[in-house]
Design a binder for this molecule. Structure first.
Ligand code: SF4
Ligand code: SF4
Ligand code: SF4
Length: 326
């Protein structure tokens, strides 16, 4: 990644009168960790990075921060927000545009072709002694951990995030400016996690999800991290009428997860954020990818590729395969 070019591009964007700020990543405060970064000037642009740890999908700021009510007496700041996006993140932007959750003229998209991200939990498990190292970079197909003069090569297959192993769209599907050269999708790998669940019969699947949903503490991190969970009035937060009780037990947890999964069917862009932030280790990625796979196979539809697409749940084709309907 040509960081100089990225920073120069960012500085030019934030110097525009019609841009409020640019959202990207910078080094965190501990070891190789990274954190989101709001860039407002050239000095801020100099702190930007793009590394194998920039896994978080920043697209949810477009709805999380930008849709907050404006305090009484203040005028809304209607300038554009610039956003750095990987392939999966750009699909979230495209899906938000398709749903009219945001308008195209409200955003400047900085596209970053993505060679794949590290699953930090795997990295800490396999290389616990390296957590204080300064930086991680891509090198060829692998990753390299840089600690002063010392470099440790980490084989890609050991720590690559599951979503990246399955990624079909590493290059941004839309952007106003792209920094970096297009990369080839690695994908092609079968989704073994989904295949394993699909191979189970109905009772076995129920037992599997019962075990998983029972672990949920209803912290709602999955919902908050998801770029496509942005309804102002969420059915899961409603108290009158109440659809899902606050009590944390298998029955209410299941109602929560099923409501969320079905609201995301044909909308989830498989960024994996829900699973990444879950403190209980629930494999939400498998659940959402199962639905995404069904939508691809039964309706030949993939969300987040076309910002002009009709929303999946609000449209149909007379020749939809729908083979599962008896
Ligand atoms: S899913 Fe694709 S675009 Fe997203 S981080 Fe992984 S490789 Fe990059
Ligand atoms: S993040 Fe995990 S524990 Fe929290 S509500 Fe979601 S599934 Fe449950
Ligand atoms: S449900 Fe999970 S994987 Fe799908 S868009 Fe939301 S956070 Fe990303």
């Amino acid at each position: 990644m040509d960081l100089d070019k990225l920073r120069k591009t960012a500085a030019e964007i934030v110097s525009r009168d019609d841009v409020k700020y640019l959202i990207g990543w910078r080094r965190g405060t501990f070891g190789y960790r990274v954190s989101p970064h709001f860039v407002r000037d050239a000095a801020g642009a100099d702190e930007l990075i793009f590394s194998p740890l920039c896994i978080s999908n920043l697209a949810n700021y477009l709805t999380l921060v930008e849709k907050l009510p404006v305090p009484r007496g203040q005028e809304p700041d209607t300038r554009k927000v610039a956003l750095m996006v990987k392939g999966c993140d750009s699909r979230a932007v495209a899906q938000l545009l398709a749903e009219k959750g945001i308008k195209r003229e409200e955003v400047v998209v900085v596209g970053l072709p993505c060679p794949g991200m590290i699953d930090r939990k795997l990295l800490a498990e396999k290389y616990p002694e390296t957590e204080q190292a300064a930086e991680i970079r891509w090198r060829g197909e692998d990753f390299v951990l840089v600690d002063g003069e010392e470099e440790t090569v980490i084989p890609r297959a050991e720590v690559l995030a599951e979503k990246c192993r399955l990624c079909r769209h590493p290059n941004p599907v839309l952007s106003d400016v792209t920094v970096g050269e297009p990369v080839e999708p690695w994908a092609a790998a079968e989704d073994s996690g989904v295949a394993e669940i699909m191979a189970k019969n109905a009772e076995e699947r129920w037992a599997y999800w019962e075990e998983q949903f029972s672990k949920c503490i209803r912290c709602y991190s999955c919902k908050n991290a998801c770029p496509l969970c942005y309804c102002e009035d969420c059915i899961l937060d409603r108290l009158d009428p109440i659809w899902v009780n606050r009590s944390v037990n298998f029955s209410e947890n299941t109602a929560f997860h099923l409501a969320r999964a079905f609201h995301l069917a044909g909308r989830c862009i498989e960024c994996g954020e829900c699973e990444r932030v879950c403190p209980a280790g629930i494999p939400l990625g498998k659940l959402n990818r199962m639905l995404a796979q069904t939508v691809r196979e039964e309706y030949e539809f993939e969300p987040g590729l076309d910002p002009e697409a009709e929303p999946f749940q609000a449209s149909y084709k007379p020749d939809d395969p729908e083979e599962f309907i008896l």
